[in-house]
Design a protein around this ligand. Structure first.
Ligand code: URA
Length: 236
């Protein structure tokens, strides 16, 4: 296997990043610095990147979790809060991590994997993958606010792209909706509604592209099916 692919398969970075590391002479095979991107490695070679020995992940894991509120989407937390890995780790020895993130107080669909290349592809802005959230607000959602949000609003000096909002329930008093966005800035949904003086009281991700949370219970996880993995790999 080519050295850049081997490094990417280990889950530490993308193939592109591996090429950069090789160019920076940070990769060694059996004690010798790798000079060429076309260098090939096999199972008996010892590969060291930035002073650390790496091994390709043999067993690729792809999971979906229904993240409960009160967990952070990271592998560890310096403030000692619970992380989504606290739910997963007792069941797997592999080095699994979340793909993208949901806020501490957001619930719903989170993908986890040990496949670095898969994760990098999915979170790259060019993937443009849509995400659908169920939202509960502190006040009724007006047609004006829907129009503003769908056209794009400015958060942190950035104009959000067009998005789709579907009110849940009839009449003018509804405080519930679905919002579909194609980007993922920090706390984007909460900040978008704040521009309309609306506070998000409850937020849950239901869908990533055509991947659905379905009836997976809160705090539970399951492996993605072959079809789901194939679908996610086909994006971009
Ligand atoms: N938007 C938010 O505001 N929070 C999330 O967790 C995800 C999207």
């Amino acid at each position: 296997m080519r050295i850049n692919k081997y490094i990417a398969h280990s889950g530490i970075c993308s193939r592109r990043k591996a090429e950069e590391l090789i160019a920076q002479k940070k990769v060694m095979i059996n004690g010798e610095v790798v000079e060429s991107l076309s260098t090939v490695v096999d199972a008996k070679d010892i590969v060291v990147v930035d002073g650390k020995k790496i091994e390709p992940e043999k067993n690729k894991i792809y999971l979906m979790l229904n993240k409960p509120s009160g967990y952070i989407s990271a592998v560890s937390d310096d403030k000692g809060r619970k992380t989504v890995l606290d739910i997963i780790k007792p069941h797997y020895d592999e080095r699994i991590y979340p793909v993208g993130r949901l806020d501490f107080d957001t619930e719903g669909l989170l993908i986890l994997t040990n496949d670095g290349e898969f994760a990098n592809k999915l979170i790259h802005p060019s993937s443009n993958i849509s995400k659908t959230y169920y939202v509960e607000l502190d006040q009724p959602l007006t047609m004006k606010s829907i129009f503003n949000l769908e056209s794009g609003v400015v958060i942190d000096g950035y104009k959000t792209k067009k998005c789709r909002i579907k009110k849940i329930g009839k009449g003018t008093s509804t405080t519930k909706c679905l919002i579909t966005i194609e980007e993922g800035k920090n706390r984007q949904v909460r900040k978008m509604f704040e521009t309309q003086r609306l506070r998000v009281k409850y937020l849950k991700r239901l869908q990533i592209g055509e991947l659905y949370l379905g009836d997976l219970e809160k705090g539970k996880f399951r492996p993605l099916t072959k079809k789901e993995i194939k679908y996610l790999m086909s994006i971009n």
